[in-house]
Each structure stands twice: as C-alpha cells, then as structure tokens.
Write a protein that binds this ligand. Structure first.
Ligand code: ATP
Ligand code: MG
Length: 438
C-alpha cells in the first residue's frame, strides 16, 4: 500500500472512500469493546477506531502489538458519524507497523510532563514532536514564505552571498575565525557588504536569506551564536524613509500570511498576534534624548540607546501611538559602522534605522553611503585601514546609485511574534556558547 494518501487534517473533509495515513502512535487506549489508536503526523492527530466485535483477526492482532511512538501506516475508511472529538477518525482495514520505537521516550511527547529547556534541547528531536513546538516552526516557515512572496512580487532577486569572508565588515571580537587553507577567514555577521556590492553590480533589488554568526559569549534569551537573517537591499532610494516603507510592508505581509494560513497553529499556541498597521511610527535621534529625559532617563547626548532606554521608549510609543511596532532613525554616527550614510548637514546623525517590535530590536538597516570619497573619509574616521577594504570600496568609483536595506532576524522575529520568552524556543537546533549539539 502507498505510505500516505492523506494527512490527518484532511480526513474530515475528504471524499475518498479509502485513505492511508502514516505517522507515529501518539497514544493508545484499550477498552473492553473498543481499541483506540491515535495516529500523529505533521498536521495533527487522527483517531483509528477498532470495534472488537466487528474487526478482522488481522486488525485485532496488528493493533494489539503497537506502542507509543511506533511508526505506522493505517489504511482505512473515514468515519462520517464520528465519535472522535477532535480531528478525523477512520476505521482501519490494514495496519502496518513500519518501525518499532523504544517503549520509554526521554521526553513526554504529549507534553503532559514538562521538562526544562536544557533537557528539551538535549532531546530536541523528541521535543519537536510535541504539537506546539512543531507549530512554532510551521508559523516560522509561513512568516518567511510571506516575506519571500512579498519580495518576489516586488521584483526582488534572491541572491546567495558568501558566508566565508576574507575581512570583517564591522571589525571587532564578535566574529568566528576559521582556518582557510592556512589563512585566516571569518564567518559573516551579516551579508551587509556583499549585498551592497550586488547593488553596485546593478541587481537593483535583492534579498539574501541566510545564516549569520556571532562569537559573543552572551547568555541572553534573545541572542544566538548562529541566526538567520532576511537581508534586503535595494537601489535608487530617495532616502532612508523608503527603506522603512519596504520593511513595514514586508512585516505586515508576513504576519498576514500567518493569520490567513496558520489559524490552527496559532490556536494550538494560544496566541493571536495583532498585526500592526503601516506606516509604523518613527522615533528619531536626537529627539529621543528629550523623550527619555521626560521619562526620567538621562542619556548622554550623542550616545547609543541602552536596554533601559529602549524599554522606556517602547512604553512611550505604546502610550502615544498604541502600537508595539516602530522605527528608530538617525542613530549617532559614532555608534554605527563606516558604511552608513550620514545626514549631510548634520553629520553627527546617521540614516540608520532599527525596527523595534514587542520591546526588542528586530532589524538594523538604513541608507548606505554610496559616494566614494565619503566612504573613504568614513573608513578613516572609524580608524580602519582603507587598503584592507579595497575589495569593497573600489567598485564605488564606477557609479553606484543611492541604496539601502535592512537585516531582520528570523528567530528573534518569530520569538516576538509568538510572545515566546526565549529565542531558543524558536530555533530548531540552537547554537549558544555552551551548545553545539545536536
Ligand atoms: P542586538 O543589539 O540585539 O545584539 P545587533 O544590533 O548586534 O543586535 P544587527 O547586526 O543589527 O544586530 O543584526 C540585525 C538583526 O539580526 C538584529 O536586529 C536581530 O534581529 C538579529 N540578530 C543579531 N544578532 C543576533 C543574535 N546574536 N542572535 C539572534 N538574532 C540576532
Ligand atoms: Mg542592530
């Protein structure tokens, strides 16, 4: 028999006389007259009902030997007058045991017995069999699908820029060093500079969806050593406000996609995220210093916003604009990398934009400097050696249009969207300072 004709969530609505379901034995209940087997697959759970008085000897025997987490295929007929309270129900005509599982699993798949996060991550595969954990990644997949649909609909090309770099974009100690045939190479922190080079090449609108690495021994609930970013870049912008319009449309498109296609998963997770309406409010430096001071927080003029300041600013925005989604613009140039564009007549401030949602930074971006002389000046101002950056700077002599973009953290965004407390929950196999396995 075919290993599967339907997923469990299709049983209720199918017109087919016979279906084949495949998955895991989620649970078994053996009563005097009836035996129930709950078969779990990616989409849910279906009830296989065996009425002992009418079942064939083969069905009675094959159903009796089953244990939890065994991998099975069941052929049967959908039951229309159902006893099952949730999901579909079938009467089996054939039960095939494909793989037998050890009888005791290290974690309780049903989720009735809670385990701590570390134990769950040690046994992540078993942990991911829990319906609510699977739902997180079904939603994450839809968020990304929504983003990709939005971008390809607008003519963006998906590109794959290198992860191994010969030089670092922002310098610093946070990069992983790699031995590259005896030479030193680095894992990228962000596909930033190569994205810009794609614009210099005339690709005009691109996105790079890929991994980034941070060699930071941080143990916060919002940092990983490896994360994915949706990195978008486009040319011929007027100024950084164009970038905000693209980003907010992308965010709204992603959230709508989930709302429209993942209602079941949202219900499993018992969340109902509000979709913010565009345009998102924009908060600017140096005005931010004044707002924070009104809320009793004095930040030195020209300094970056700290975590406490960010929280206060979020409260302010919530109060004034009734939203959790907003942009911070015009960061001090002093705290940003050399490639950002400054405001020409106020060079202390950069056209640098963060997107903040549910009290957390979700992305950084803005308009980049595209004028060769200014790039060179800014490199020197940041104390970098221009000769080490020629691979990046030389093309700017040959005509590069104004451009900009942003990089949105996928795991971080999923975490905030679903109201999870820890980014490890929204990362399939997290990489943290102490965890490199599984
Ligand atoms: P943070 O201040 O939160 O450490 P960042 O400003 O150092 O972030 P960026 O270089 O701006 O990070 O990266 C763009 C986005 O990628 C961030 O806004 C965030 O969503 C995500 N991101 C960055 N670093 C990490 C990390 N270590 N773990 C998970 N996501 C990250
Ligand atoms: Mg940032």
């Amino acid at each position: 028999m075919l290993k599967r004709t339907h997923y469990t969530d299709e049983v209720e609505t199918t017109e087919a006389g016979t279906v084949v379901l495949s998955g895991w034995v989620h649970d078994i209940k053996d009563l005097a007259r009836t035996r129930f087997i709950w078969l779990r697959d990616r989409q849910g759970i279906a009830q296989v009902t065996i009425v002992k008085s009418t079942a064939t000897p083969e069905i009675l025997e094959s159903s009796q030997q089953l244990g939890r987490e065994d991998v099975i295929s069941v052929e049967g007929t959908p039951v229309t007058e159902r006893i099952a309270k949730v999901g579909g129900e079938i009467t089996p005509t054939k039960i095939e045991l494909i793989v037998r599982a050890q009888s005791v699993t290290p974690l309780d798949v049903s989720g009735k017995i809670e385990s701590n996060l570390d134990a769950r991550l040690d046994w992540r595969v078993i942990d991911l069999r829990r319906r609510e954990n699977l739902a997180i990644f079904q939603i994450q997949s839809k968020l990304v699908e929504g983003m990709v649909e939005y971008l390809s609909g607008k003519g963006y090309l998906q590109v794959f820029t290198p992860c191994l770099l010969g030089g670092t974009s922002e310098g610093g100690a946070e990069v992983f060093k790699v031995d590259y045939f005896g030479r030193e190479a680095f894992l990228r922190q962000d596909p930033q500079l190569h994205r810009q080079l794609c614009i210099a090449a005339g690709f005009d609108r691109i996105y790079d969806l890929g991994p980034n690495w941070r060699a930071e021994a941080s143990h916060t609930p919002r940092h990983l050593c490896e994360h994915r970013g949706m990195a978008v870049e486009f040319g011929f912008m007027n100024d950084e406000t164009d970038m905000m319009r693209v980003e907010e449309e992308l965010i709204v498109a992603a959230m709508r996609k989930v709302r429209d296609e993942c209602s079941h998963e949202l219900e499993i997770l018992q969340v109902n995220p509000e979709i913010p309406s565009a345009p998102f409010p924009e908060m600017r430096f140096p005005e931010i210093y004044r707002i924070l001071e009104e809320h009793g927080k004095k930040l030195p003029y020209g300094s970056d916003i700290d975590k406490e300041g960010e929280t206060l600013l979020c409260e302010h925005v919530r109060e004034k604009y009734k939203t959790d989604a907003f942009f911070i613009n015009r960061f001090p140039f002093a705290v940003k990398p050399f490639y950002v564009m400054r405001v020409d007549d106020e060079p202390q401030w950069a056209r640098s934009v963060d997107f903040v949602y549910k009290d957390l930074e979700q992305s950084s971006g803005g308009q980049r400097e595209h004028r060769y002389e200014k790039i060179m000046d800014q490199l020197k101002e940041k104390g970098m050696k221009p000769e080490t950056m020629e691979w990046f700077t030389e093309p700017f002599k040959f005509g590069v249009p104004p451009h900009g973009g942003f990089c949105l953290g996928i795991e971080r965004f999923t975490m905030s969207f679903l109201g999870k407390e820890n980014i490890r929950e929204t990362t399939i196999f997290p990489r943290t300072p102490e965890r490199l396995l599984p």
